[in-house]
Design a protein around this ligand. Structure first.
Ligand code: GUN
Length: 293
């Protein structure tokens, strides 16, 4: 019964649409959009995400600035760099890759990013705008999930969406997005987390189940409703001796176990991940268009 939701392909078409918009404006003699990406240290997962972001920028026609700092960089240096980027009229978006090393206060850095360039949507002002229902940058993973559902012809309005996970990056903003009035929202939302008693009682009721907990394959077939739509946000490494690198990536959902029971499901990798990057490109282009208006 299951059908794979092709996040990779949908993200590709969004990048192509954005590339067309950008080339149209640049053809008029305007500068290209610009995203500054700040990476601290050499965490392999962060390096891999940031590489993907630079690559996507290139495809869309966005100039990406690569600001790579050593592991032991001081907090003030990062704050100063963010200030410089805030004041640079040629920079449309600023992204500081998380997590940051322990000597740097993450919240302090995020607060220092101008909300006008907060293309990650992590600034408390952006989160507040989302909650208040006024225009602002939407966090990329939650907005990517909504876009993925709509472009897969999955109706959200009126549906029971169960989110497992309450992070500031996914669970909480996604809850607010899905609750908004209008065709991209109007859902009934349940948010569960690691302390929820009898989690399956809630997940089994979901028309759309969104797993964002960061625990490998924890959502099993007995926890999903027949015919449900399943969105897997998890990216977990599990040991796999048959792979050259010794591990493989799996989601928070037992994909093979639930596949026959559900109507549609996102794969890991190739589901939500590419959508996050596509929405980052979208936010950067929107910020650019505002600056050119
Ligand atoms: N770390 C993991 N995901 C993200 C993301 O979407 N943006 C940033 N800045 N850091 C991350």
């Amino acid at each position: 019964m299951g059908k794979k939701i092709e996040g990779k392909q949908i993200a590709q078409s969004i990048r192509e649409e954005l590339a067309q918009q950008v080339s149209g404006v640049v053809a008029l003699g305007k500068r290209s959009p610009c995203l500054a990406v700040v990476l601290v240290g050499h965490d392999p997962a962060s390096v891999s995400y940031v590489t993907g972001k630079h690559k996507a920028c290139k495809e869309v026609g966005i100039v990406s600035r690569d600001i790579h700092l050593e592991d032991d960089v001081g907090e003030q240096k990062v704050l100063d760099i963010v200030d410089e980027l805030n004041n640079d009229d040629e920079v449309d978006g600023i992204l500081v890759q998380l997590p940051l090393p322990s000597q740097i206060d993450e919240q302090k850095v995020l607060l220092n990013i101008s909300p006008d360039k907060d293309v990650d949507g992590f600034h408390p002002v952006s989160l507040g705008r989302l909650m208040a229902g006024v225009p602002g940058f939407l966090p990329c993973t939650p907005n990517g999930i909504v876009e993925l559902l709509l472009r897969s012809d999955i109706e959200i309005s009126g549906k029971h969406v169960c989110i497992v996970g309450r992070s500031n990056i996914v669970g909480k903003p996604l809850m607010n997005l899905l609750l908004r009035k209008g065709s991209r929202g109007d859902a009934t939302v349940t948010v569960c987390h690691s302390r929820s008693i009898d989690l399956a009682r809630y997940t089994r009721e979901a028309d759309i189940l969104i797993a964002a907990v960061g625990r490998a394959q924890m959502i099993t077939a007995d926890m999903v409703k027949e015919g449900a739509v399943v969105i897997d946000v998890g990216v977990n490494r599990i040991e796999d001796a048959t792979r050259k690198r010794g591990y493989r990536l799996v989601g928070d959902v037992d994909y093979d176990g639930v596949f026959e029971k559900v109507s549609m499901i996102t794969p890991v990798p190739g589901g939500v991940g590419p959508m996050t990057i596509a929405m980052l490109m979208y936010n950067t282009v929107v910020s650019y268009q505002r600056s050119q208006a």
